[in-house]
Write a new protein. Sequence first.
Length: 128
Amino acid sequence: MTSVVRELTLNLDAARAWDALRDPGNVGNVFAGVLVDAVIDGDLRTVTFANASVVQERVIAIDESRMRIAYTVCGDRFEHHHASIQVFPDTAGRCRVVWISDFLPDARREVVEPLMDAGCAALVRNVR
């Protein structure tokens, strides 16, 4: 199984970052530029990427006390997929965001890793 982990520091407090990330329907704003659309239907989220790829995700958990959201990609693109994004308070009004994606097959790394890198750049750019 492959794990891709990204950790970044945002120059805003954890509560403000969590406010943007906690709403599964807000991913279109948080990741604007990487995503062009996001539609929520219950716990299912359908996202459209800038490259026109459409992916359906199931939101597994939103943990308010830990400022963590977990989701999985549905369909046949992965044998297994689980991801989470968690916000941690830092010092001086900053926070850390940790995004982890675990998946099979390992070969999907060449797709997942660049999307997560682009997503991190979008998050830094869009969450203020």
